[in-house]
Ligand binder design. Structure first.
Ligand code: URA
Length: 441
């Protein structure tokens, strides 16, 4: 087989055999097929698509590119959640300790920033000393000790996703249902969870901008999960405006900690984040068999947030993964890049839209994400929103603050965001953050 022929086959609308897909994945991981050929093939897949069988074969080849983690010695139940990617989406940072505090063990393998969306690993690594490069044994021990652990793909575990994910990030080849499905499901299968909850984002700041595409992605995740013998719940949630109040690696850790401590300011700016997180965590409890009714599960989640037990799990996890909890507490509210610029409303009215995609792209410009694979992300840059969709603002009232490394970077971000806030005389009806849910357990 030759890579160039397989690229041409997909470009011309062909369907790959399992052997062809294995040849491409194995050849790439072994360093025998170069980035530029795989990038061309990924673009062909993005444009042409894949059949269900091809998606299954790609997922299988990615799982087989490394070892899988054996968590059978843990008491369980083992359930994980994964998001298809959004802006300000720090749900995992709150949900994992919350689910652990509710009696579910969470083996979580996450990704880095991808395209305009943020990455859980980059956020966690903004905590000084925190390591997301865990061996399989350390991963198991930390779950046993505090109920959850957060790790990334490695040279041993799904190396194919580690390489393909980084290449897709910088070649505009993320927005593809089969590529997203295989990327997510290969990680989820390798990490050893028994059941999975997927947060499928929809809207401007998501990879799937139209609801029908989000539904197709949800169905693809259910089908692939079923074929791998996993129970799956999909929850489609809105990603039109950024989730919560903060966008940026350490800024999002900070907002997560405030929500975990039950000390999120009562101005409503984190309400959408808390609502989505509780719903997804509640589905984990149902998928785990810990609760049978979703409303009861939500009540348990609220109680574990209020009594501080979820926050305790978070701090214990920080310590176990190499961070210093006391130092982390001290940094809250003070770890900011050198330049802060606040943008005010030019007119009064109601905020009718906040463009999550524009904030995501402007964030990449600041260093929240990457333009090329070798870029380092920055911990202390990003945005703080002072008004969310539906809020009434007066002319001159602050809308958002940019945290940037330099005055030029701040002004570049402000430039990209001139139209990001839409303000109108009439309010729009509030839309519930959860659009629809489907349980295939
Ligand atoms: N999350 C992943 O892990 N992979 C994708 O391709 C998109 C979101």
């Amino acid at each position: 087989m030759r890579a160039v022929e397989l690229i041409a086959k997909k470009r011309d609308g062909g369907t790959h055999t399992r052997a062809e897909i294995e040849f491409l994945v194995n050849g790439y991981v072994a360093g025998q097929i170069p980035d530029y050929q795989v990038a061309a093939w990924l673009m062909a897949v993005c444009l042409v698509g894949m059949t269900g069988d091809e998606t299954g074969a790609l997922t299988g080849a990615m799982i087989d590119s490394g070892a899988t983690i054996d968590l059978s010695s843990l008491a369980g139940p083992l359930v994980d959640k994964h998001s298809t990617g959004g802006v300000g989406d720090k749900v995992s940072l709150i949900l994992a300790p919350l689910a652990a505090a509710c009696g579910v063990q969470v083996p979580m393998m996450s990704g880095r920033a991808l395209g305009h969306t943020g990455g859980t690993l980059d956020k966690l690594e903004s905590i000084a000393g925190y390591s997301t490069a865990l061996s399989a044994e350390r991963f198991r021990l930390i779950i046993d000790e505090c109920g959850y652990a957060m790790t990334g793909q490695s040279a041993e575990i799904v190396p194919a996703d580690r390489l393909l994910y980084a290449l897709r990030d910088v070649t505009a080849t993320v927005e593809s249902i089969p590529l997203i499905t295989a990327s997510i499901m290969s990680k989820k299968f390798a990490e050893g969870a028994d059941a999975l909850v997927f947060d499928v984002k929809t809207g401007r700041g998501a990879f799937m901008k139209e609801i029908d595409d989000s539904r197709s992605l949800a169905q693809s995740l259910i089908d692939t999960g079923r074929s791998l013998g996993r129970g799956v719940v999909t929850v489609i949630t809105r990603m039109d405006e950024p989730l919560g109040r903060m966008i940026g690696n350490f800024l999002e850790v900070e907002e997560s900690m405030r929500c975990l401590r039950g000390s999120a300011p009562t101005d409503g700016l984190s309400d959408d984040l808390i609502g989505v997180t509780i719903r997804l965590t509640a589905w984990m409890l149902v998928a785990a068999g810990v609760e049978s009714a979703i409303e009861d599960a939500e009540a348990v989640c609220r109680a574990r947030l209020a009594d501080g037990s979820a926050y305790e799990r978070f701090m214990r996890n920080v310590e176990l993964q190499g961070g210093d909890p006391a130092e982390l507490e001290r940094q809250i509210g003070s770890r900011r890049a050198a330049h802060a610029v606040t943008i005010d409303a030019v007119r009064g009215g109601y905020v009718t839209a906040i463009d999550a995609y524009a904030f995501g792209l402007a964030g990449v410009g600041l260093g929240v994400g990457r333009n090329k694979t070798s870029d380092e992300v920055r911990p202390d840059v990003g945005f703080e929103l002072h008004a969310k969709q539906g809020d009434r603002v007066a002319a001159g009232q602050p809308l958002y603050t940019i945290h940037a490394d330099s005055a030029d970077a701040a002004s570049d971000a402000a430039h990209r965001l001139v139209d990001a806030y839409a303000i109108d005389d009439t309010a729009i009806a509030a839309k519930a953050p959860v659009v629809e849910e489907h349980a295939a357990l």
